[in-house]
Design a protein around this ligand. Structure first.
Ligand SMILES: C[S@@+](CC[C@H](N)C(=O)[O-])C[C@H]1O[C@@H](n2cnc3c(N)ncnc32)[C@H](O)[C@@H]1O
Length: 208
């Protein structure tokens, strides 16, 4: 199936749900996947790399899974940080329904699936984790990042997994140039984990 057909509110593919169970260090992840949603019938390898290699997220506050799909990242964040609110954002309504069902099936109560415009403008995030939709193209990806990165609290980080051959190095440079110093903090199986830090007050030039 053409990958572009999942970054859309109502994917055209006929629904054919398929439930998988994946053994992870945090416990088994039970995920119902579907056609028209990213990574049908499997946990994406890049997502798995992120979940295994990323440093611990804050234990409280507001955490964002940007492009949540059926929710493996959001559910894992919610398990690891039960005191946090995990906002699971996607443009695909089928994915959001599955993310909600999967959070329930995995017994987590702190995942809040939502479309981007349903998130209250006043909410600031203590971390963003994402396996981002690189396939939407560079301009759309940059627009999406510039929509959410300014909503990181000062000094908070955005951690993303990106395939090396899908432009992780140029994304790293671009993020740094936007004022979010970005480091490669891990690398496995052709994927890179990038960590971008929101400026703190001290990063700003002194007032004249
Ligand atoms: C690479 S998939 C990752 C899905 C899920 N996090 C996982 O790891 O299985 C990227 C997701 O981003 C979503 N997406 C595309 N454009 C988006 C946008 N502008 N805002 C939020 N999510 C978007 C897609 O629908 C897709 O579910």
């Amino acid at each position: 199936m053409n990958q572009d057909h999942y970054s859309t509110p109502e994917p055209p593919a006929a629904s054919q749900p398929l439930t998988i169970k994946v053994a992870m260090p945090d416990g088994t992840l039970q995920l119902t996947t579907d056609r028209g949603v990213f990574s049908y019938g499997a946990l994406d390898l890049g997502t798995k790399v992120l979940l295994l290699k990323a440093p611990a997220a804050p234990s409280t506050g507001n955490l964002l899974d940007l492009g949540c799909g059926v929710g493996p990242i959001a559910i894992t964040l919610a398990r690891r940080s039960p005191g946090a609110a995990v906002w699971a954002v996607d443009v695909n309504n089928r994915a959001l329904r599955l993310c909600r069902d999967n959070a329930n099936a995995n017994g987590v109560k702190n995942v809040h699936p939502a479309t981007p415009d349903q998130i209250d403008d006043a909410i600031m995030f203590d971390a963003i984790w994402s396996n981002p939709p690189i396939h939407i193209g560079k301009a759309a990806m940059h627009e999406m990042m510039l929509q959410w990165l300014p909503r990181l609290n000062p000094g908070a980080t955005c951690v993303m997994v990106v395939q090396k051959h899908l432009g992780s190095d140029s994304l790293q440079s671009w993020l740094t140039a936007q004022g979010y110093p970005t480091q490669r903090i891990g690398s496995a199986k052709g994927y890179r984990i990038l960590s971008s830090r929101a400026p703190t007050g001290r990063d700003l030039p002194p007032e004249l």
